[in-house]
Design a protein around this ligand. Structure first.
Ligand code: IMP
Length: 421
């Protein structure tokens, strides 16, 4: 069963752990969107490893890990990450990078910072150049991984043209111009290093599909950060939802059999934007500490809040989710009372509709349903019947509300801290 793992919230749902947990069952793991704004945390031999670009399947030795054609790649970062993997004693020989993946160049990062600073309402981007790199793709100006493999003259000419264009923008907004000579050689050296991994991925993936190989599609960020379906403009610049799989691999819908949605047992968000179930003050601080909710890419404290079932149902609908993987249930262990948002009360309607656009979603008044907490440690439990009755009631309420099964529950960061039903 070719499976997609999709984040159903604002990212950081624990996809790294889930993909690492599942990847041994698949022949190929594919990242299809985003860039090194992602931070997928995996525990490998008791060491915490954070992957930003390399697919989380890299720890399963027989699995091919593919960076697809719609992942925006900073080649310097990718080389760094491959070296880190090598230092762990792993063989990155199972890695493939699409020749058609757009490049993130230094001026993209500079523009990300400058755009952010000049914005009236800040998005709180990861400042990695993700948005400007996708703008170039839509603007038909991008350079691709394949350009890194060209001779210096050809690559430099393309870079200088784009750099000159963007220096005007950078200077117009009060920044310092970028000298393309300061990075061209480093980029070409990275290209030389990456060359053995670069392939024409649409053809490769179709060949593997024809051979009957199984695929795991690794989503980055989450549904509510999707450029089309998220809380615009506080979103990332790619399709983090199921449609992104097809544009980011070249495979058709026939290649997808099952969608596993990942949600935390509560909600978090990094960066600005509406968050109806947000918990502020002391209760928010306590939940943040209990869940160690600090960004894996930027280290920023994450905003935290209760599970929002109205938002989750929307994400299930958009992605056609078949089953849920609920993460970090153990973080709620000590709470006497746990709340869930089950309805929004707006001035106009009491329907549980999630309308993600800023003007609508920032006005909703969430209606909470309280649950008794279980106040018992769950991180050592291994089977569903072991869970305290109150925890099972919490899980089963989610299933009934969403009308899909919760198939797995994560109660800790390690692979074995997973309860399958
Ligand atoms: P960008 O993707 O760097 O442009 O950031 C846009 C928004 O998406 C910001 O609110 C970021 O905090 C958020 N974001 C981007 N990547 C991730 C992620 O992997 N996890 C959680 N939030 C993310």
């Amino acid at each position: 069963m070719n499976t997609a793992v999709m984040g159903l919230q604002w990212g950081d749902e624990g996809k790294g752990k889930v993909i690492d947990y599942l990847s041994g069952r698949f022949d190929v793991v594919v990242r299809f969107q985003g860039g090194h704004n992602a931070g997928h945390t995996i525990y490998y031999r008791d060491r915490k490893v954070i992957l930003h670009l390399i697919p989380s399947g890299i720890f399963s030795t027989d699995t091919l890990s593919v960076i697809g054609n719609n992942v925006v790649v900073n080649p310097i970062q990718l080389v760094r990450e491959i070296r880190e993997i090598q230092q762990l004693g792993l063989d990155p020989g199972q890695l493939v990078i699409s020749s058609h993946a757009p490049l993130i160049l230094p001026f993209h990062q500079e523009l990300d910072i400058i755009f952010e600073e000049s914005r009236y309402t800040k998005i709180g981007t990861t400042r990695r150049g993700i948005g400007p790199a996708y703008e170039d793709l839509a603007g038909r100006r991008s350079l691709f991984i394949r350009d890194l493999l060209m001779d210096k003259k050809t690559f430099s000419a393309k870079v200088i043209r784009l750099n000159t264009y963007y220096n005007q923008v950078i200077q117009g907004l009060g920044g310092d111009p970028i000298d393309p000579e300061s990075f061209i050689d480093d980029y070409l050296a990275a290209g030389e290093f990456l060359k053995p991994y670069v392939k024409n991925t649409p053809y490769l993936l179709h060949r593997l599909a024809a051979e009957g190989k199984s695929f795991l599609f690794e989503g980055a960020q989450g549904t509510l950060l999707d450029i089309n379906f998220g809380t615009y403009p506080f979103v990332t610049s790619s399709n983090t939802t199921v449609g992104g799989i097809f544009t980011g691999t070249g495979l058709s819908h026939k290649a997808l059999d099952r969608v596993v949605g990942i949600s935390k047992a509560y909600t978090t968000r990094v960066g600005s934007g509406p968050f109806p179930s947000e918990l502020t003050g002391e209760p928010g601080d306590a939940l943040r500490q209990a869940g160690r909710e600090f960004g894996s890419t930027t280290g920023r404290p994450r905003r935290v809040g209760w599970l929002d079932l109205v938002a989750l149902r929307y994400a299930v609908m958009i992605n056609g989710v078949d089953e849920l993987f609920l993460t970090k249930l153990d973080v709620l262990d000590d709470l006497p009372v746990i709340q869930m948002v089950t309805r929004y009360q707006t001035d106009h309607s009491t329907e549980p509709v999630f309308d993600p656009h800023m003007e609508s979603i920032s006005q909703v008044n969430p209606v909470m349903t309280p649950f008794d907490g279980w106040q018992q440690k769950t991180s050592d439990l291994t089977t569903y019947p072991d869970l305290p009755p109150a925890a099972r009631r919490y899980v089963e309420f989610i299933e009934e509300y969403l009308k899909i099964p919760v198939r797995s529950i994560s109660v800790g960061g390690a692979r074995h801290q997973t309860i399958d039903r």
